[in-house]
Design a protein. Structure first.
Length: 151
């Protein structure tokens, strides 16, 4: 569910009320805005929160601390924090197996180029097929893309 798909719950309505209350302390109004932007909310509520934040950080009469808090919240809302993607055990296993295939293909190609593929020993890839195999660091898919660009 995206920011525009939430429903107007009683909690969201209360946060909007506090944020819009010109008689409430600015600090509390900013906290209410944070409560709106930190979680999924209807797009209308998100838009109102952003308009309020803009009114705070563009007002040079406001305390610098409040303006900075409003800017921090606006930046969070504008550009969600970049995080590393989560890698599941299945993803890691698939990456390991793809690396294994890549390394076997590279070894096979090197042996063919050297003219020894026809006489290769039966265990030419034993280390790569072993349970102890440790793949190179990084994404095997990225490595394949890089190899494809070089050809």
């Amino acid at each position: 569910m995206g920011a525009g798909e939430g429903s107007m719950t009683r909690a969201i309505a209360a946060l909007l009320e506090i944020m819009s209350d010109a008689d409430a302390p600015l600090r509390c109004r900013i906290e209410a805005t944070e409560g709106l932007l930190a979680y999924e909310a209807p797009q209308e509520a998100v838009d109102q929160a952003k308009i309020f934040l803009i009114s705070v950080f563009e007002d040079s009469e406001q305390r610098v601390e409040d303006r900075l808090d409003a800017l921090r919240l606006m930046r969070k809302a504008e550009a969600r924090k970049i995080t590393a993607p989560t890698v599941t055990a299945d993803d890691a296993r698939a990456n390991r197996e793809l690396w294994r295939e890549i390394e076997m293909g590279l070894r096979r190609a090197a042996m063919f180029k050297a003219g020894v593929w026809e006489n290769a020993p039966k265990n030419w890839a034993a280390d790569l097929l072993s349970e102890d195999y440790v793949p190179p660091p990084g994404s095997a898919t990225d490595a394949l893309r890089s190899m494809a660009r070089k050809t």
